[in-house]
Design a protein. Structure first.
Length: 182
């Protein structure tokens, strides 16, 4: 009887440790079936920006997404950048979804024939910029969207250009994020 009780206690202890570990390691990244098409944003999230980026040797096919909770405002909700593939996200920033509004900066410049939008954030020394630019003064007009990564001391930035026009909605960011001057 003692052996059975002792075995049960060990089994329950192991089960509890396993459940605790899996809970602690639970990713905030949505599962593949829970994603919106061509995005790394969950079905219950708002897409701020998403596009498949042009292929590179290191990244043959990836998606860059900026996702927001449905309740995003200055005090509540979250904004999160994700880069990778459905089911295999390489980068998620920030990991913690509390107070994310303070970790991003927004800038928008608009005048006749020119429209520039950037959402910036920093991870360690690398500065990321999700950008959406249009220059109608150039002949022919130039529209380019994507993600740029730069770092102090690095001579060349890494830029991921969207393969197709992104799905984007920046309408709420102006009132929510701190502003950069253009």
């Amino acid at each position: 009887m003692r052996i059975v009780i002792f075995s049960m206690m060990i089994f329950l202890a192991v089960l509890g440790a396993t459940a605790e570990t899996s809970f602690q390691n639970k990713s905030t990244i949505p599962l593949v079936g829970e994603l919106q098409p061509n995005s790394l944003c969950a079905k219950d999230e708002h897409i701020v920006f998403t596009c498949p980026v042009k292929r590179t040797a290191k990244h043959p096919a990836v998606i860059a997404s900026l996702c927001a909770s449905a309740d995003l405002d200055k005090e509540r909700g979250y904004l999160q950048y994700r880069f990778g593939l459905p089911g295999k996200v390489e980068l998620e920033f920030p990991k913690d979804r509390h107070g994310t509004q303070k970790q991003f900066r927004y800038s928008h410049y608009f005048r006749y024939q020119v429209d520039l939008t950037e959402i910036k954030f920093q991870i360690d020394i690398n500065e990321y910029s999700v950008f959406d630019t249009y220059n109608g003064e150039a002949k022919p007009a130039v529209a380019e969207q994507g993600v740029n990564v730069s770092a102090p001391g690095r001579t060349k930035d890494t830029t991921f250009i969207c393969r197709t026009k992104p799905q984007a909605d920046y309408s709420t960011l102006q009132d929510i994020l701190p502003h950069d001057q253009q």
